[in-house]
Every structure is written in structure tokens, then in C-alpha cells.
Design a binder for this molecule. Structure first.
Ligand SMILES: [Zn+2]
Length: 76
């Protein structure tokens, strides 16, 4: 086969649902983490104006970096 190991040397970009949380906060919801395939929720500091942002997934060993692209629609 001769294929190299499937290590990620590029930070993945993925859509995250931008949705209002409690007390005026906004959340970025990752429906399916590329590392652990679970759902993650992050604070969106800039509310509805939040743009693409780098975060740590907080799973596996100490979290893996990824980039979140805010979307306002639920992924299918
Ligand atoms: Zn994860």
C-alpha cells in the first residue's frame, strides 16, 4: 500500500452552530468533533458577530486545535 500515516498536520476547519445561550451569552456548538466524534460547546465571546475562530477541542489528551466557522443553521 505505501500510504503514509493519516496524521493531521493541518488544523481542520468545521462548521459550528452559532446559537444564543443563557443570560445573553452565545455558544458555538460543534455537532461532531473530528477527533472524538462527540458534540462540543464553546463560548462565542462576540455573540452574533463571532467570526471564524481557533479553539481547542478539549477532548483526547488536553485538546486538539481546530478552527470553527460559525453557521446559523443546523447541519443536516
Ligand atoms: Zn472532541
Amino acid at each position: 500500500m505505501g500510504s503514509t500515516a493519516a496524521t493531521l498536520d493541518v488544523v481542520p476547519r468545521l462548521p459550528a452552530l452559532l446559537t444564543p445561550g443563557r443570560r445573553g451569552t452565545w455558544l458555538l456548538v460543534v455537532a461532531r468533533c473530528p477527533f472524538c466524534h462527540k458534540r462540543h460547546t464553546h463560548r462565542a465571546e462576540h455573540g452574533p458577530a463571532t467570526g471564524e475562530t481557533s479553539r481547542l477541542s478539549h477532548c483526547l489528551d488536553g485538546g486538539q486545535p481546530y478552527r470553527l466557522v460559525p453557521t446559523t443553521r443546523e447541519a443536516a
